[in-house]
Design a protein. Structure first.
Length: 255
């Protein structure tokens, strides 16, 4: 017969999804009533009536809340609590808030591995009070994890934007040093290169080229044809130079 303190709680409105619970208790009456309380509180409940069943459910679902009877057969309570602690140490992403149930009449001391102790028979309010710290802590950990993920996304986004900005800066730098028509280095690039060679005091050979009578081509055939001639000249000189040589268009028909 159920104790008066274990009277069923009134239905409550559904709240946001609460963490799941592994309820390990060999007493079917008490387990059923506790499961009823927990489901009314909005929890998904996994019920285990043996040690093997409890370990199987724990490994399969990793519920963050664990309620286990101190008198669970085969020293099951201590083994299950020890296993949950070891799993938390090995896997930081797994959090388990453990509650050890022990009977008021036995008077035995709770196992020190648990986070909270729950005297049975109990009622809805006591069960809610015992689980509340674990639920709050779990919510805090989830918020911290969400913030960590958001920070990671922000960091990755900033990294991508920085890389894009660097690529855009490099592209603009190349454009600023490149002749639009021939795609050779322009006058500025040539002067920068000469200054760099001068500062390093290395050997340097410079050849200046000028297209004779180029103005006549522009005057007779137009600037469009003149541009084609300049492009053709630049292409031919690329083919004639060595890999280490540098070609620049200084302006007009001067190279």
């Amino acid at each position: 017969m159920l104790q008066p303190e274990m009277a069923l709680p009134p239905p409550i409105p559904k709240e946001r999804r609460r963490p799941s619970v592994l309820l390990a208790d060999a007493d079917p009456a008490r387990r059923g009533l506790l499961a009823h309380h927990l489901r009314h509180m909005g929890h998904e409940v996994w019920e285990a009536n043996s040690v093997a069943n409890a370990f199987e459910l724990f490994e399969c679902h990793h519920p963050p809340l664990l309620l286990v009877d101190q008198n669970f057969p085969a020293n099951g309570a201590e083994r299950l609590l020890q296993h949950s602690r070891e799993l938390e140490e090995r896997t930081p992403s797994i959090f388990v808030w453990s509650v050890l149930m022990h009977n008021k009449q036995t008077g035995s001391d709770p196992i020190p591995l648990c986070d909270q102790a729950l005297l049975t028979p109990t009622n809805h309010d006591d069960l809610h009070r015992i689980l509340a710290p674990g639920i709050r802590l779990l919510g805090l950990l989830e918020s911290l994890e969400s913030e960590r993920e958001a920070a990671q996304i922000a960091l990755e986004t900033a990294h991508r934007e920085t890389k894009r900005a660097q690529m855009a800066t490099e592209r603009m730098r190349r454009q600023a040093l490149t002749d639009d028509l021939t795609r050779l280095g322009n006058r500025r690039a040539a002067l920068d290169h000469l200054k760099d060679c001068w500062d390093k005091k290395g050997s340097l050979g410079v050849v200046m080229l000028d297209l004779d009578h180029f103005k006549e081509i522009n005057d007779q055939f137009g600037h469009g044809v003149g541009d084609v001639v300049l492009e053709a000249v630049a292409t031919r000189w690329r083919r004639c130079t060595r890999s280490g040589d540098q070609l620049y268009r200084m302006g007009g028909e001067e190279f």
